[in-house]
Design a protein around this ligand. Structure first.
Ligand SMILES: Nc1ncnc2c1ncn2[C@@H]1O[C@H](COP(=O)(O)OP(=O)(O)OP(=O)(O)O)[C@@H](O)[C@H]1O
Ligand SMILES: [Mg+2]
Length: 280
């Protein structure tokens, strides 16, 4: 566990969500988390996907995971007991396990099941432990796990892959966020939308970018993550892309994204109201 520190800051919880599969959620969680950690901000990545890609990608393989998010969610083991150090200074991980896929069935009788993660995070007093950011890597579904993540978060960051149908499903996610806001978590906002796997040699990527910017305006980060093979190789070495290939294009983009993410927090740039998005 990280040593407690007395600095006066709050812990921000950000869900990385999109119910579409393979759009770059895990790659963004790992590399944004690592970039924040490297810049000196203690960051915890919660791997909330039974696939466990964030855990593996950070070098924590299935055999070495003792207490996982399954134990936290289903058996109410304190989340701080699940946390492990990663190979990156200031970056911690709460690992996942495949059992997590049965959590929705196991918790069916619990009326408070959507708030389990939130309660666990509040109980852990991360602020006192010096954790500045908690990044939750969500599964590709709007299931109980994603609802728990949204209910526990201050904001949601959505990766969109630069491909045809990029916006497909986004209105469903917007509606879900709105429902959570109206019921369980009034302060939930959109952190931003990041375009991923952009291929500048492909006209379609440019068209998708233009289309997304026209529709979603200021919500979309200026930083665009390029398609970059180094980012996809890195997880098999158990390390974030930004360290696997420090000078690579993917690495530069994720460092820029982290800088933009922090900059935006301090600016009051208006983002497009949710209602406009929901009507599209
Ligand atoms: N910018 C990129 N350039 C090249 N490959 C990438 C990039 N981003 C992600 N990938 C690769 O694309 C695949 C899907 O990415 P990732 O696992 O991050 O998506 P995901 O949204 O988390 O997927 P899932 O929905 O299954 O959880 C992975 O093999 C990953 O290595
Ligand atoms: Mg993933």
């Amino acid at each position: 566990m990280p040593k407690p520190q007395k600095d006066n800051f709050s812990t921000k919880v950000v869900s990385i969500a999109n119910q579409k599969g393979g759009v770059g959620k895990t790659t963004t969680a790992i590399n944004l988390g690592a970039a924040l950690a490297i810049s000196g901000k203690k960051t915890l990545i919660i791997d909330f996907d039974p696939q466990g890609n964030a855990s593996t990608g950070l070098g924590v393989d299935a055999r070495s995971r003792t207490i996982t998010m399954y134990d936290v969610l289903v058996d109410e083991v304190p989340i701080d007991q699940s946390i492990v150090k990663t190979g990156v200074n200031n970056l911690y991980l709460a690992p996942s396990s495949t059992d997590l896929s049965s959590a929705d069935v196991e918790l069916i009788g619990d009326r408070g099941r959507i708030l389990r993660l939130k309660r666990s995070i509040l109980d852990a007093k991360f602020q006192a432990l010096g954790i500045e950011y908690i990044i939750i890597d969500c599964p590709p579904s709007l299931n109980l796990l994603t609802l728990n993540a949204l209910a526990a978060s201050n904001s949601v960051l959505v990766p969109l892959q630069c491909e045809f149908f990029a916006l497909e499903g986004l209105s469903q996610l917007m509606l879900t966020v709105r429902e959570i806001r109206e019921s369980l978590n009034k302060s939930l906002v959109f952190e931003g939308i990041v375009l991923t796997m952009h291929d500048k040699r492909n006209n379609l990527s440019g068209q998708v970018e233009q289309d997304v910017r026209e529709n979603l305006g200021g919500l979309v980060y200026e930083t665009v993550v390029p398609r970059n093979v180094r980012l996809s190789e890195a997880p098999s070495f158990g390390m974030p892309g930004i360290l696997y290939d420090k000078a690579g294009r993917g690495s530069i983009a994720y460092r820029r994204l982290a800088a933009e993410f922090v900059r935006r927090e301090h600016s009051k740039k208006p983002t497009k109201p949710l209602e406009l998005l929901e009507n599209e």
